[in-house]
Design a protein around this ligand. Structure first.
Ligand code: AGP
Length: 617
């Protein structure tokens, strides 16, 4: 999940590299560095901390050149130090590399290199890789330059076990930068008189919207006016230049103080985009051509597995309730990190959905590959077009939510649940749902954006509640049925951006131990929309109240009276069917976490220790 940017072309590299790193900082921000090549020499500047620290260092001690590579790091191997910051050089100091991924056998390689006289400055796997490539480069005879560098890279990569998205350059080959990928994302941006590498297209979309997404084993040689892609496995590698579906504007902050708030407020539009062109009133159903399955094939499915990590797993849990309620198909949710290692009986008519905003999460990708290894059909629900999970799935449905920059997932969650609801409608209508029922579901889906907009109008009210409880040492979130996953999601949002310990539970679990935690200092958020279990939730609120625990209730407009008797604070959502309530109840909890984090002075968009896309195990 590190951020990588490379540039070669007509302009000075440093401004392009810094701008790109800033747009990738959400992917990792422990340290950052750049290396540029000018007059046959490579200069490097790198610094612990945010991109701003690197920019200050460059202002003080600038480097120049029209060729450069750069990196913002999320530490995997080796502590957060200047020496461990990328780019890393080989023994000669003439080859530099930036890397995203994990070289699993780096210890063995490092010992071997040390025995051959290599000396290392840091503790990273990346520095080992730099020395390995440099060793092969120096061992080759023949003309120094790009061809020799590619040969050395190929030789070195055959010794590597693990994942990499790398870009590198050599002082002997000033006319190129080289990229290679296996298991970690890397793309090319195709410009005019200039070309780019990046680990995520948002880094370079301000310069070009022409993108080539590298595949595993690709090796790309990038010049200012051309590029060539071959495969480590031999021969040329097919590729396509695709148009990026969003603009630089989409990844800019606009008038918002944080990306997270911007993305929370985008949800009326992103929910519309998730449904755009996918609702058919004529057939009273959802149309999801990307699944690539006929009605007969879908009807033949007798079990669904939904898998993902973090928030995506919570969306899967919502999907479980929704698909079972609307389509009566048995659904099982598996955390991807568990699924990939479980001895799970997998009958052949099982359909697996892999849910991932980034489309690059290592555990979810591994779960996909494990399901395919067992011969199961796997479908992706992703946001990033041409991401690895999207490309390796047998089909799927894109979320069309636009880039999600804030580390805390918000719009991606509600888009995922919306698409799972469309899938439930589609499956229900080829089984037992009537035309009338299908049309009613479509009416309710189309009313969602307006209802979300109404909830967003309560942001100030929610901010006041957040500030009231921001000093809490812990929080508890309770929900039932469709909203039990929302209790988990609300707790995760609070944990990951305000660092307040929070836990989510099925409301009825209160009596099975959790009630021991209730004190006047522990606020409990109870998600209690006016649904089939409303009275049960009210009883749980009374149990908390009886022990003087503060209550924040999420209720339905017009049904606050029963809540007002016991809750200290109430946030309402517009009335909606039970199965759509998770999409609405998630919004107040996103805002509650956001305002709490702001009150506490936390870094909302780049919370400590986190990265937007976990591309390592
Ligand atoms: C959620 O707020 C976190 N950012 C994290 O749990 C995230 O949902 C998880 O890492 C999965 O990411 P993905 O959707 O890109 O696969």
């Amino acid at each position: 999940m590190c951020g990588i940017v490379g540039y070669i072309g007509k302009n000075d590299a440093v401004p392009v590299l810094l701008d790109g790193l800033r747009r990738l900082e959400y992917r990792g921000y422990d340290s950052a560095g750049v290396a540029t090549l000018a007059d046959g020499r490579i200069s490097v500047r790198k610094k612990v901390g945010r991109i701003a620290n690197l920019a200050a260092l460059l202002a003080e001690s600038p480097v120049s050149g029209h060729v450069g590579i750069s990196h913002t790091r999320w530490a995997t191997h080796g502590g957060v130090t200047d020496d461990n910051a990328h780019p890393h050089s080989d023994q000669s100091g003439r080859l530099f590399i930036c890397h995203n991924g994990v070289i699993e056998n780096y210890g063995t390689l490092r010992d071997q290199l040390i025995s051959e006289g290599h000396e290392f400055k840091g503790q990273t796997d990346t520095e080992v890789l730099a020395h390995l490539i440099g060793k092969h480069y120096d061992a080759l005879t023949g003309e120094p330059g790009s061809a020799r560098l590619v040969t050395a890279l190929r030789a070195a990569l055959t010794h590597v076990v693990g994942t990499y998205g790398i870009i590198l350059m050599h002082a002997d080959a000033p006319e190129v930068i080289i990229g290679a990928r296996r298991g970690s994302p890397l793309m090319l941006g195709v410009g005019k008189g200039e070309n780019f590498f990046a680990s995520d297209v948002s880094a370079i979309v301000a310069h070009t919207q022409q993108a080539v997404y590298l595949k595993d084993f690709d090796i790309a040689v990038l010049g200012a006016d051309d590029f060539e892609i071959t495969s480590l496995l031999g021969g040329a590698s097919g590729y396509e230049v695709s148009k990026v579906e969003f603009s630089a504007e989409d990844v800019s902050l606009g008038e918002y103080p944080h990306y997270m708030l911007k993305e929370i407020y985008e949800q009326p539009e992103t929910i519309r985009d998730a449904m755009r062109g996918r609702l058919s009133r004529e057939d009273a159903t959802a149309k999801l051509g990307g699944l690539g399955m006929t009605a007969a094939e879908l009807r033949n499915i007798d079990r669904i597995i939904l898998t993902g990590c973090g928030t995506a797993a919570h969306a899967a849990m919502c999907g479980e309730y929704i698909i079972e309620a609307l389509a009566h198909v048995p659904v099982e949710v598996e955390f991807a990190s568990e699924f990939r290692y479980r001895q799970l009986p997998l009958p052949k008519n099982t359909l697996v959905f892999c849910i991932s905003q980034s489309g690059e999460t290592a555990d979810t990708l591994a779960a996909l590959r494990e399901a395919q290894r067992k011969g199961l059909r796997t479908l992706g629900i992703c946001n990033n077009v041409a991401s690895t999970i999207a490309r390796e799935s047998d089909g799927g449905a894109y979320m069309h939510a636009g880039p999600e920059i804030g580390v805390a997932a918000t719009k991606s969650f509600t888009s995922q649940v919306t698409i799972l609801t469309l899938i439930a409608l589609l499956l229900g209508r080829i089984r037992h749902l009537s035309t009338t029922e299908g049309l009613r579901i479509i009416d309710e889906l189309e009313a969602l954006p307006g209802k979300i907009a109404r909830i967003l109008e309560q942001s100030e009210h929610i901010r006041r509640i957040a500030e009231k409880y921001a000093g809490s040492q812990a929080m508890m979130f309770l929900g039932r049925q469709f909203n039990y996953p929302i209790a988990l999601e609300g707790a995760l949002k609070m944990k990951e951006i305000s660092y307040i310990h929070a836990s989510g539970h099925p409301s009825a679990e209160l009596k099975h131990g959790i009630i021991a935690l209730i004190t006047p200092e522990l606020p409990t958020v109870v998600i209690a929309p006016h649904d089939s279990v409303f009275e049960k939730n009210v009883s749980n609120i009374e149990e908390v109240r009886a022990r003087k625990g503060p209550i924040i209730a999420i209720g339905t407009e017009g049904h606050e009276e029963a809540l007002r008797r016991f809750a200290d604070d109430i946030i309402t959502i517009p009335a909606c069917p039970d199965y759509l309530s998770p999409i609405l109840t998630a919004i107040p909890l996103q805002l509650l976490a956001y305002h709490t984090a702001v009150k506490l002075g936390c870094d909302v968009d780049k919370p400590r220790n986190l990265a937007k896309s976990v591309t390592v195990e």
